[in-house]
Design a protein around this ligand. Structure first.
Ligand SMILES: CC(=O)N[C@H]1[C@@H](OP(=O)(O)OP(=O)(O)OC[C@H]2O[C@@H](n3ccc(=O)[nH]c3=O)[C@H](O)[C@@H]2O)O[C@H](CO)[C@@H](O)[C@@H]1O[C@H](C)C(=O)N[C@@H](C)C(=O)N[C@H](CCC(=O)O)C(=O)O
Ligand SMILES: Nc1ncnc2c1ncn2[C@@H]1O[C@H](COP(=O)(O)OP(=O)(O)OP(=O)(O)O)[C@@H](O)[C@H]1O
Ligand SMILES: N[C@H](CCC[C@H](N)C(=O)O)C(=O)O
Ligand SMILES: [Mg+2]
Length: 513
């Protein structure tokens, strides 16, 4: 499993003779980009970040047991040069690589023996729905006795045992090392969320996917991408077969109901189109694309009955997920598994066993109390969809409690306010994760989006906001608590404090239903 230092050098294009002989058979354990995670026999990978320069942690990494260092240089003349660091009685080779960040996915792919090729790896991208789709995929595959794993916002790991993760898509090195751990644990199927940051920053560059899914595109992350065009280009790079951003984009499953998806389908004749709109069936039938299309959907209190037609046949399935967008998510998952040759009859039989996803339209209810839905909507589009989804299941008033995260796209704040004002009956603005921003300024940015801010309550403490609304609401009202979903923390400044909307709801109303 491990690599010799001489092998790594050879891969990097260096002669092993350029290395001191005593070091050639040195066994390397892991590549690690964070000096704080270094264990004996690891290689420390030093790159410049947005906040600090990883090169300033080389000494710390060596003191923690790193036996070699890969470091980045912007001077092409220094590419592949080796320098030795003396530490106690040891010599630690530091190998400079020209623009290392861009090569990391490939280097880690080599180091960890191309783990993505040893399983079925499915990638999911889109503004909203990635976590839901990835979790459903892993869940459904496990119902087919596949050992499955997920990588994404909720965490990374064997399905149901995910460890929390800082990012939706981890660093290029961590993605490969995690996949390698999955291979060691005999994982056969992995569903992975691929964020636009992940694509642009090359975190998934050397991966081979058997299938890639596009859910939808709407406003988010403009602080990072600058424009919707750039944001769309970033997402497209997961599907582009001509100059792919990944080693292998696999089969493509694309949302036909999304205007961006529809445009891409023209460029992807082999892709599978997914629609929740019955009126699209005629067009899809005449088209050269394979498809899955809903023909009838009946929403009930705790889910939906979905009839669909597809290139694989017709059927009716029972879903425990609520809202129209979850019909779209479920059909995208179904289309993917059909594309990967899972039999339709078995898929239909197992659908009713699929459980809702943690913190995604999750319902908490108690007798004689209003119902609470905890959801992760943190974009204008998701908030609109979540409110409309809740509305289908609510016969009283619909309350929305939401806030916006700090150090994230500021422009979406007033848009989320306008959406809440337009679609909900009562709105309460509260804190999300202020991070390093002034929390009052975030609230001011949100309030600027309301036509009539006088009708909006501001209750800064999130738990107090939920308690207060439960007290104000009637028994048949519904309270959508949006933005934090599965999160069990609140980030204020750079500190993480324990806080969970789900725990608050459980404390006030009992377990999810
Ligand atoms: C803007 C961005 O993407 N930043 C990511 C980046 O952090 P950074 O460049 O600030 O890193 P840094 O703190 O400057 O450190 C530079 C290097 O020094 C190393 N270091 C640092 C300190 C130390 O003591 N020792 C040490 O070795 C670090 O490990 C790193 O290699 O590299 C880190 C490690 O991989 C990421 O966790 C971090 O994501 C931050 C937390 C983040 O907020 N990213 C967001 C914008 C993001 O990527 N979001 C997407 C999409 C979310 C969605 O689904 O909507 C995601 O995929 O998560
Ligand atoms: N297909 C969809 N279309 C629109 N909104 C959706 C869709 N699926 C989920 N949502 C809404 O978006 C929220 C986030 O969903 P989910 O976590 O599945 O998306 P995500 O793409 O993983 O988000 P993130 O980028 O933050 O990780 C949900 O809580 C729900 O409100
Ligand atoms: N993955 C998303 C999550 C946002 C969740 C919300 N609670 C916030 O903190 O803004 C992001 O990093 O933009
Ligand atoms: Mg996610």
């Amino acid at each position: 499993m491990n690599r010799y230092l001489s092998e790594l050098l050879q891969y990097l294009g260096l002669e092993s003779s350029s290395l001191k002989e005593s070091l050639r058979q040195l066994t390397l354990e892991n590549l690690r980009m964070d000096s704080r995670m270094i264990k004996p026999n690891d290689v420390f990978v030093a790159v410049k970040g947005y906040h600090v320069d990883g090169h300033s942690y080389i000494d710390q990494a060596v003191a923690s047991g790193a036996v070699a260092v890969l470091s980045s240089t912007d001077d092409a003349g220094q590419d592949k040069s080796i320098q030795y660091i003396e530490y106690q009685t040891k010599l630690i080779p530091q190998i400079r690589i020209y623009q290392l960040s861009e090569k990391l996915s490939d280097i880690a792919d080599y180091f960890y023996h191309s783990p993505s090729t040893h399983m079925q790896l499915v990638g999911v991208t889109g503004t909203n729905g990635k976590t839901t789709v990835a979790q459903l995929l892993a869940q459904w595959a496990s119902l087919f006795d596949q050992k499955s794993a997920v990588m994404g916002t909720i965490g990374n790991g064997i399905y149901g045992q995910e460890k929390p993760s800082e990012n939706t898509t981890m660093s290029a090195v961590d993605v490969q090392s995690t996949l390698a751990e999955f291979v060691q644990q005999n994982v056969q199927f992995t569903a992975m969320e691929v964020s636009s940051h992940g694509l642009v920053l090359g975190r998934v560059k050397a991966l081979s996917f058997v299938a890639t899914i596009f859910t939808n595109l709407s406003r988010d992350h403009l602080d990072f991408h600058g424009s919707m065009e750039n944001y769309a280009e970033a997402k497209w790079s997961l599907f582009d077969h001509v100059s792919p951003a990944v080693k292998q984009p696999g089969k493509n499953i694309i949302n036909y109901d999304d205007p961006v998806g529809l445009k891409w389908l023209d460029r992807l004749p082999d892709a599978v189109a997914v629609s929740v709109k019955q009126e699209n069936l005629v067009k899809l039938n005449r088209w050269h694309h394979r498809y899955v299309c809903a023909t009838q959907v009946a929403y009930h209190t705790r889910g939906a009955t979905i009839s669909f037609a597809s290139s694989w046949g017709e059927a009716t399935i029972e879903s425990q997920l609520i809202g129209e967008f979850n019909v779209a998510n479920l059909l995208a998952v179904l289309a993917t598994l059909l594309t990967l040759d899972y039999p339709l009859a078995e898929l239909v039989k197992t659908t009713k066993q699929l459980r809702p996803i943690c913190g995604r339209m999750e319902i908490f209810a108690a007798k004689h109390k209003p119902t609470v839905i905890v959801d992760y909507a943190h974009t204008p589009d998701a908030l609109e969809k979540a409110i409309q989804a809740a509305r289908k299941h609510c016969d009283g008033n619909l309350w929305v409690i939401f806030g916006c995260g700090g150090d994230r796209d500021r422009g979406k704040r007033p848009l989320m306010a306008a959406t809440a004002e337009q679609f909900a009956d009562n709105v309460v603005v509260t804190h999300d994760n202020p991070r390093t921003e002034d929390s009052n300024q975030i609230i001011t940015d949100v309030l600027a989006g309301f036509l009539d801010a006088g009708r909006v309550q501001v209750i800064l403490d999130r738990k107090q906001a939920i308690i207060s609304v439960i007290n104000q609401a009637q028994e048949n009202d519904m309270i959508l608590v949006a933005g934090k979903g599965h999160e069990d923390y609140q980030i204020i400044g750079t500190q993480k404090y324990h806080y969970s909307d789900r725990e608050t709801a459980i404390q006030l109303l009992g377990v999810p239903v």
